[in-house]
Design a protein around this ligand. Sequence first.
Ligand SMILES: [Zn+2]
Length: 344
Amino acid sequence: MTEHRLLARLAEGPVICAEGYLFELERRGYLQAGAFVPEVVLDHPERVTALHEEFVHAGSDVVEAFTYYAHREKLRIIGKDDLLEPLNRQALALAAEVAKSTGTMLAGNVCNTNVYDPADPDTHARVRDMFTEQVSWAVEAGADFVIAETLRYHGEAMIALEVIRETGLPSVVTLVADRSGQSREGLPMVQACQRLVDAGADVVGLNCNRGPWTMLPLLAPLVEAVDVPVAALPVPYRTTADQPTFQSLRDPAFPEPSIPFPVALDPFTCTRHEITEFTRQAADMGVRYLGLCCGAAPHHLRAMAEALGRTPPASRYSADMSKHAYLGTDASLLAKNQQYADQL
Ligand SMILES: [Zn+2]
């Protein structure tokens, strides 16, 4: 029954899936922004394992193998095509080990290939081959399900879904809504997701690109429109109606370099309180598969888990300001320090 584990969990309640490995390992100094290829899987596997563990500690129900951008096209750009299979297999093995030791689910992963062209059938075949090899390695590693994510083209998502369905594993397909709120072909998200559901997707929704406040408005009609669980994994950045995606954000304090994406987004980072609020609103709306994408750190994920009423192991260290020397309320604290609080 391993292949139905995700669906059984979703029937019981919301599932949390941590994403955002590229950005977090980039910030930690183990991955290069730009090409964004997860060489860290081979160069520093212990760092990948540690981040998997931190996300589970913070409340993730899923360990997603770090095969994001570990596809043929990305490895070609950095001249390391020969690493394709070892990198994928190692990423899956690292994730499988953490999933097994923590009792969480193992997810395989494919993503946008950057070669898909709706008008060029040759690229469709290439994309299918790229997905097929990555998904087959995920199956061999014992994945509970496969995630196809950050897909801007609905057509590319359909190919990913077909490849996943051939394996018999459940599928989670999440699309990227661009500044217009549509797929790259110009399909509204509701329509794009409905077509994926009609083609057999088990979970559909949105991930990456949009922050909580510009993803939420797209979610309500989606939950209404489809009869499968809806996924929502925004980036934890303060996107706005005028700048609805993290790539469109502009920082007036530092106009040069011209765009904060991807390495100067820090001032836009959501607080954990905003993630709490997003999670409540999304869950109330009926979103069943929740997570965070690029920019997420474990404290964000813990806030998400706690907003769903959970106490993951990391909740042992959730903030308790009552014992703070100046700002606290504990009866044993020195009054002179509390009186000094407004001078801090
Ligand atoms: Zn992302």
